[in-house]
Design a protein around this ligand. Structure first.
Ligand code: FAD
Length: 405
């Protein structure tokens, strides 16, 4: 039986172990934390669950199949959340911030780009340039810049169009996977923590050895080694065995993110739904907010509303070093602007000085020229072109499929 070790037991590493098992490998999974899940953690609270990072997946058939196999029941986001996604543009929250005239211009422009097959991003094109070229000024300035700041925590002028939207225009080399049964955002019934509980049990049940320890710098790779850590840590692990790759990985910039979770008793919220993302020039301290109890109401005590505010990123990196009081003072100003006056209760602040990679043109250039790895070493991680969990899952599956049996 072929042997493999996986370093890192977050979403990426546990999935890598899962796919290796399915390919018949004997697997050892090494993670330095007491619990699998990495950035993702569900903290139970009497008022409802607190998710520290991702609170759901974009549904795809692969996620659905893995969930079914490990025994995690996926639940879709509520219809209220599906219907109402707010963008704060030009002084107020809107679901579609383009005027009728702008919408018509946007539609015609996209149609033209599709017909002339010029929609795909060019090499080293910024997302802003791509947007202006293909979607037009109003859609780029109002929708793209607001949505991407919320998702990638970065201004579109610096994001790489190829890394962010390139995958939508790649010709599939394999037949398309069947469509997902559930649409939009989904999560295990008891939250993201349930995914890892079930995955942990599945891996143990399939003979995976799970070690809680810090993997040392690699000096050799006698067996297949799949590195599923952040880029800086992958760089450290490879410093001796693949110094050139290690040097390039060390150049990847990671963005600081702070999240603030809390509850309120007043149900009044004029912008109920999935959440609201703020335009970079709207003057908010936060990048956006998720109304967690509107998205998955079954996970909260009746009458309790839960908020998850996201701060930091490329345009407000200082937040990660501010005190709790400073962060909360700024947050109350933002909450006041969206008409929430009741103070948050049971507040929990989570800081990640290095949360996720900056998907900029430098990363695009770096990934294009990443030197080859020594035989037996494989990289998986959210710095390789897929930040969201569903896309990470597809990439990990592909990577493991390419290994020799
Ligand atoms: C606030 C926030 C909100 C997010 N929201 C969403 C969302 O809603 N939807 C979505 O799709 N994505 C979301 N993401 C992104 C997503 O959560 C991450 O991309 C994903 O969780 C990364 O998983 P990972 O396993 O690659 O890395 P990590 O979670 O960082 O896991 C790496 C693991 O490796 C371990 N490790 C590191 N070095 C070593 C070593 N030497 N030896 C042993 N173990 C080691 C670490 O301790 C960790 O457990 C969000 C991210 C953040 C920060």
């Amino acid at each position: 039986m072929k042997k493999a070790q996986v370093i890192g037991g977050g979403f990426t590493g546990t999935l890598a172990a899962y796919f290796l098992v399915k390919r018949g490998y004997q697997v050892r999974l090494i993670d330095n934390q007491p619990q699998l899940g990495g950035l993702i953690r569900t903290l139970p609270h009497p008022f409802g669950d607190i998710e520290t990072a991702a609170n759901g997946f974009m549904s795809n058939r692969l996620i659905e199949n893995v969930a079914a196999e490990i025994g995690a029941e996926l639940v879709p986001a509520s219809s209220l959340a599906k219907k109402n996604r707010w963008l704060w543009v030009e002084g107020h929250a809107q679901r579609w911030p383009l005027t009728v005239f702008e919408t018509l211009g946007f539609g015609l422009r996209v149609l033209w780009r599709l017909l002339t097959q010029s929609m795909a991003p060019r090499k080293l094109e910024s997302l802003e340039h791509w947007g202006l070229r293909t979607l037009g000024g109003p859609a780029t300035r109002k929708i793209l810049s607001t949505a991407m700041l919320g998702i990638y925590a970065s201004p579109i002028s610096e994001l790489s169009a190829n890394l962010v939207v390139g995958r939508f225009f790649k010709k599939a080399s394999k037949p398309k996977k069947p469509r997902a049964r559930l649409k939009g955002t989904v999560a295990p019934k008891r939250g993201m923590g349930e995914w890892f509980e079930k995955m942990h049990a599945y891996l143990l049940g399939h003979g995976v050895q799970i070690l809680q320890e810090q993997a040392p710098v690699l000096h050799s790779a006698p067996e297949t080694t799949v590195i599923c850590t952040s880029a800086p840590e992958a760089s450290r692990l490879l410093q001796t065995l693949a110094p050139e790759v290690s040097k390039r990985l060390a150049e990847i910039e990671l963005l600081p993110i702070v999240t603030v979770n809390g509850f309120r008793k007043t149900p009044f919220n004029p912008h109920a739904g999935f959440g609201c993302l703020f335009h970079p020039k709207a003057g908010f301290h936060s990048l956006g907010v998720l109304w967690c109890s509107d998205i998955f109401p079954h996970r909260f005590q009746t009458g309790m509303s839960s908020e998850n505010w996201i701060l930091g990123g490329k345009i407000h990196p200082q937040v990660a070093t501010q005190s709790d009081d400073e962060i909360l003072d700024q947050l109350e100003i933002d909450r006041g602007r969206v008409s929430l006056t009741e103070k948050l209760q049971e507040v929990r602040i989570t800081r990640w000085p290095q949360a996720f990679p900056f998907y900029d043109l430098r990363l695009e250039r770096l990934l294009e020229k990443l030197p080859a790895l020594p035989p037996g070493i494989v990289l998986c991680g959210n710095y390789l072109g897929s930040l969201g969990l569903s896309q990470i899952a597809l990439r990990v599956e592909r990577t493991i499929e390419e290994l020799p049996t």
